[in-house]
Design a protein around this ligand. Structure first.
Ligand code: SF4
Length: 409
């Protein structure tokens, strides 16, 4: 069955540019992450930035918590493969120092820098240098006055008001190169805050569930929040805030956007059947081996690992390439057409070899290099033998249904 193409209409926003990366205004949604190194450690930080960029990160944020960090930024920015955003904590002077260091973006937390004259000083300097600022509201560090105003609770309304107040200060100095985030660790709160913010302003939005935590729970929480909003057309740039190697954040962000069809596929999309009574191999082990084998390869293909040749090639016929097990052999198929039969222990290596060929030469060329009829005959033979051995209903579901009726009717 053709899955067809489904797209989610995107919210219309203004466009800003972080370095050479456009955000909002119909630009591709970008992936962000943050270094965990000491920013003053220039080589260590650059090493992490390069790893993040290789994993699909478009923009990297580094903390700028003191003058040594600002000095580090001055050395990092010219050597970074992606734009650098400085994360400012409590001292507005660090924002001015980061601008002097040449960063391509700032992130200010309105809950931490609260004096209007300080906010306006930073916005004026950013305006003069053409550097955008993210207004990064955080549910956990809301301005105490707003917290009190909303009954001692962090509410979506309080978070949106915090952002809108900051925008008003920026307006006063004629600065509008803004993107905004209203992150919270509570997923429903975060979703509602972004929905309200999307109604209140047309500035681009940066999505994230803050302090989502370690894997796998953090991954699920972040996906629940970010994916819900993306499906509603909200969001122009995203970050997975995981308690993990930041490379995992970049990979997760990239994979989510690719899964939504919001970014072009860069890496293999590995699909695998969940396995069942028909499985002829340990599907989990083979899928893991395939995942490992494709990990460092930039092949924009969908690859399938299927447990049996009875249903596998049909169930994964939309995949660019796949392999299904049958009677200790691997049946390789391309776009649902059988192309080769290999010993079981060569399934993964064959999959990789064919995927590389398809990526370089295309599907037609791959099909042209083999006798697909012969491969189909082999697959049909194993399929028939398995059906003969196992029957149509390998899980004995029908027998169970009969038994239930006999016993309880
Ligand atoms: S029928 Fe075959 S392909 Fe489908 S889940 Fe079972 S083992 Fe996997």
């Amino acid at each position: 069955m053709d899955a067809g193409a489904v797209t989610f209409p995107r919210r219309v926003t203004r466009r800003i540019t972080v370095g050479n990366v456009p955000i909002g205004g119909g630009a591709p949604i970008t992936v962000q992450s943050m270094t965990t190194t000491n920013t003053a450690d220039v080589d260590g930080t650059l090493q992490q930035i390069y790893s993040l960029a290789a994993a699909g990160c478009d923009i990297v944020r580094c903390t700028c918590n003191d003058l040594d960090a600002a000095g580090g930024l001055a050395r990092i920015v010219p050597r970074s493969p992606v734009p650098i955003v400085a994360d400012i904590h409590h001292q507005y002077k660090m924002a001015l120092a980061a601008l002097e260091a040449g960063v391509q973006g700032l992130r200010l937390n309105p809950g931490n820098i609260r004096k209007p004259e300080h906010i306006k000083a930073v916005a004026s300097e950013a305006r003069d240098r053409g550097v955008p600022i993210r207004i990064g509201v955080n549910g956990g560090s809301l301005d105490p006055a707003l917290y009190a105003k909303y009954g001692g609770k962090v509410t979506p309304e309080a978070m949106v008001e915090s952002a809108m107040t900051e925008i008003a200060y920026f307006d006063e100095v004629g600065f509008d190169q803004i993107k905004i985030s209203v992150k919270a660790s509570n997923v429903p709160l975060m979703i509602e805050a972004y929905r309200q913010l999307a109604e209140a302003t047309d500035h681009p939005l940066h999505l994230g569930v803050t302090e989502a935590g370690p894997l796998p729970g953090g991954f699920i929480k972040a996906t629940a929040g970010i994916a819900t909003l993306l499906a509603e057309g909200i969001g122009d740039t995203i970050r997975y805030s995981l308690t993990a190697d930041p490379v995992e954040e970049a990979k997760a962000g990239r994979q989510l956007l690719e899964a939504f069809g919001l970014r072009e596929r860069k890496n293999v999309d590995l699909i695998a059947c969940p396995s069942c009574g028909r499985a002829e191999i340990d599907v989990i082990a083979v899928a893991e081996a395939a995942q490992l084998a494709f990990a460092d390869k930039e092949l924009p293909l969908q690859v399938a690992v299927m447990g049996c040749v009875v249903n596998g090639p049909g169930e994964a016929r939309d995949a660019d390439i796949g392999i299904a097990a049958g009677r200790h052999r691997g049946h390789l198929f391309v776009k649902g057409m059988n192309v080769a039969v290999v010993p079981e222990d060569e399934m993964v290596s064959t999959l990789v070899e064919w995927a590389e060929f398809i990526s370089e030469h295309g599907t037609e060329a791959a099909l042209a290099r083999v006798d697909t009829e012969k491969a189909k005959r082999e697959a049909d033979k194993d399929r028939a033998a398995l059906l003969d051995e196992q029957g149509d209903d390998v899980n004995a579901s029908e027998q169970r249904v009969d038994l239930i009726h006999k016993k309880f009717d």
